[in-house]
Design a protein around this ligand. Structure first.
Ligand SMILES: Nc1nc2c(ncn2[C@@H]2O[C@H](COP(=O)(O)OP(=O)(O)OP(=O)(O)O)[C@@H](O)[C@H]2O)c(=O)[nH]1
Length: 353
């Protein structure tokens, strides 16, 4: 039997830099043929578009497979397994498979799926890479709540005061074989070092914690860890309280909607052409702040510019660049992601104003 194909799972909270890291990896793959499976939260396929657009010969458009909208850990049986089977049936097999989970996914159920019959004989989880937004964590968006939860747990085992944000963050850290402290360009050397040390303390023994900017890490560091994570699930405990985990029961589908993703929501805003790109970006930042939006991304049609403008915001930090001509309709389309209860009408009105 042929050797198993290694698969790397890239996880990390919304906007941590997963797509950026994968793009860098593809651009430096040294001839290694990499197939991508992408699972995005929010209905627009921005990440897939960005990665297909990078035009690397080692990862052609047909090597990028997008899972339907929804979270990968809920749709394992319906979506992930069939996609993986299709990929494995190909004559031209990839050297490596990289799976980008949505920023809200729990990696454990996905790793567990590699024990499924028909998959377990052909692929193995080379390693789980968890990308961390170093700036957001340093600012206390997750770290503070993690500490608060720990303190509370020590007082009472039965207390469950975790926020969805800290739950996801903890699960993603608990599952990691490598933690990438990304966005170190936004941190001082001391801050980066302090966060690295803290995450080393919070992760399992032997987990590597590395610093990065724009996910720029040598491909040999990211790939080829040879861990076989699917055989080591017990060590990657899920802190998530709503989530059952019974290793004999491969039917994760039963748990759909039980693990807190409905505490987040996303919707798409479609607008016409924007007259002034700078003013529009400023407006987007205002709207993000006013409505506590976690992540906003998409493409902007700017008057007089044939290229589409990619717009990305993680919290109030925004980035824009012109990348390529519009493929379909020339309009502005943005996906907005936040904790449940976003005022969709007000956000849409404010962006349209
Ligand atoms: N300053 C800075 N920005 C970064 C870095 N890495 C990524 N970004 C920016 O952060 C934003 C989000 O990056 P992505 O790579 O799309 O993040 P992601 O984790 O794939 O996001 P989702 O798929 O939406 O969860 C983009 O605007 C990136 O350019 C970094 O190291 N430093």
């Amino acid at each position: 039997m042929a050797a198993k194909i290694p698969a790397t799972v890239v996880t990390g909270f919304l906007g941590a830099g997963k797509t950026t890291l994968i793009r860098h990896m593809l651009q430096n793959a040294n001839g290694k043929r990499i197939a991508l499976i992408i699972n995005e939260f929010g209905d627009l396929g921005v990440d897939g578009d960005i990665l297909k657009g990078c035009g690397e010969e080692t990862c052609t458009e047909e090597d990028v497979m997008e899972l339907s909208n929804g979270c990968i850990c809920c749709t394992v049986a319906d979506d992930f397994i069939p996609t993986m089977e299709k990929l494995l049936e190909r004559e031209n097999k990839p050297d490596h498979i990289v799976i980008e989970t949505s920023g809200l996914a729990l990696p454990q159920p996905l790793v567990r799926a590699f024990n499924w019959p028909g998959i377990s004989t052909k692929v193995t989880v080379d390693g789980v890479v968890t990308v961390v937004d170093g700036k957001a964590v340093t600012e206390g968006r997750f770290a503070h709540s993690v500490e608060a939860v720990d303190a509370q747990r020590k007082l009472d085992e039965n207390l469950d005061h975790e926020t969805p944000l800290s739950e996801l963050f903890e699960d993603q850290i608990a599952c990691a074989d490598m933690i990438v402290v990304n966005k170190t360009d936004l941190l001082s050397a001391d801050e980066a070092e302090a966060l690295t040390a803290k995450l080393k303390g919070e992760s399992r023994d032997g987990v590597q914690v590395v610093k990065a900017t724009m996910g720029a890490l040598p491909v040999d560091v990211l790939l080829g860890q040879g861990i076989g994570a699917e055989n080591d699930l017990d060590a990657r405990h899920e802190v998530h309280h709503h989530h059952h985990h019974d290793d004999d029961d491969h039917d994760d589908h039963d748990h759909e909607h039980e693990h807190g993703h409905d505490e987040f929501e996303s919707f798409v805003v479609t607008l016409g052409e924007v007259a002034d790109a700078k003013a529009f970006s400023a407006k987007v930042v205002d709207v993000i702040k006013a409505h506590d939006i976690l992540r906003l991304k998409g493409f902007v049609a700017v008057e007089g510019k044939p290229m589409r403008q990619t717009l990305q915001a993680v919290g109030p930090r925004i980035e824009t660049y012109f990348d390529q001509p519009f493929s379909g309709e020339r309009s502005t389309r943005l996906v907005v992601i936040g904790e449940a209860g976003l005022d969709q009408a007000a956000i849409t009105a404010a962006l349209s104003a």
